[in-house]
Ligand binder design. Structure first.
Ligand code: DGL
Length: 269
């Protein structure tokens, strides 16, 4: 069985790229729910239903382990899925916790009480649904005290990236960073809390300034997946790798090829 990687669209490719480099022998099936992207402007119920449908498709493709390489789905749907929906022989993991563990200087699975950490003023950039869920602040509060988080909902950025309009995406990122700076003039760290945003990482870093440490998820998720598979080797097996989309496979393949700078061919999900 392959490992499933899910995103509403192309952002999860930033995670896929990192996990493939870290685990070159593991077959991955990537599913982009392009027909329904962006998720970030949808209600929590809608995101739950769409995420369950997509994960079901990955189970059907033979995956027993699925990574939600989508913060919006991780924030708005994962907890509910874990409580009431995921079959006992399957696992679904999100992308939030590895990031927060790294930011709060914790090893994987360290559940000791919250404590003071190095970062004090954190800027969170995410989709409107992720910001509204407050999932980031909730997970952070389990691990750290005295951290002030200012969240900026970055409307429009995912649509612009999905449309391949990088000029618009760059202008939007700069205006969202300006808006954040009006609320929190001097963040010491910034979280790119949407897997699409690493595609704009240079713009975020440039707009924030070199002194702001920018955390993005791809490598952190790759390290924690490697660790998980070490501890749960039965989740790792053989299987067919592939790329599936609910959208137009040709259009999605062209964009994916442009972003990853290697030929990617999507099939209809
Ligand atoms: N890449 C998704 C995330 O990490 C994008 C969400 C969307 O479709 O708006 O949140």
């Amino acid at each position: 069985m392959a490992v499933g990687i899910f995103d509403s669209g192309l952002g999860g490719l930033t995670v896929l790229d990192a996990v493939q480099q870290r685990l070159p022998d593991v077959p991955f099936v990537y599913l982009a729910d392009s027909a329904h992207a962006p998720y970030g402007v949808r209600t929590a119920d809608d995101i739950f239903d769409l995420t369950c449908a997509a994960v079901t498709r990955l189970f059907e493709a033979g995956c027993n382990l699925v990574i939600l390489a989508c913060n919006t789905a991780s924030a708005a749907a994962l907890r509910r899925m874990q409580e009431s929906w995921i079959p006992g022989d399957k696992r679904v993991l999100g992308v939030f916790v590895p990031l927060i563990e790294a930011m709060t200087e914790r090893q994987w699975g360290d559940n000791s009480p919250p404590r003071e950490v190095g970062v004090k003023h954190v800027a969170l950039f995410a989709t409107p649904a992720t910001v509204a869920s407050r999932a980031f602040q909730r997970e952070l509060a389990f691990r750290a005290i005295g951290v002030d988080v200012e969240a900026q909902a970055c409307g429009g950025v995912v649509d612009a990236i999905e449309d391949g309009d990088m000029i618009l995406a760059e202008a939007l990122v700069r205006s969202h960073v300006d808006a954040l700076r009006r609320k929190l003039p001097q963040p010491d760290a910034a979280i790119l809390g949407c897997t699409h945003y690493p595609l704009m990482q240079d713009t975020f870093q440039d707009a924030l300034g070199a002194e702001v440490r920018v955390f993005s998820q791809a490598r952190l998720v790759a390290d924690s997946l490697a660790d998980y598979l070490d501890r749960h080797p039965t989740m790792l097996g053989a299987g067919e790798a592939g790329f599936l989309t609910t959208g137009d496979p040709r259009r999605v393949s062209d964009r994916a090829t442009q972003f990853l700078r290697r030929r990617i061919v999507f099939d209809a999900a």
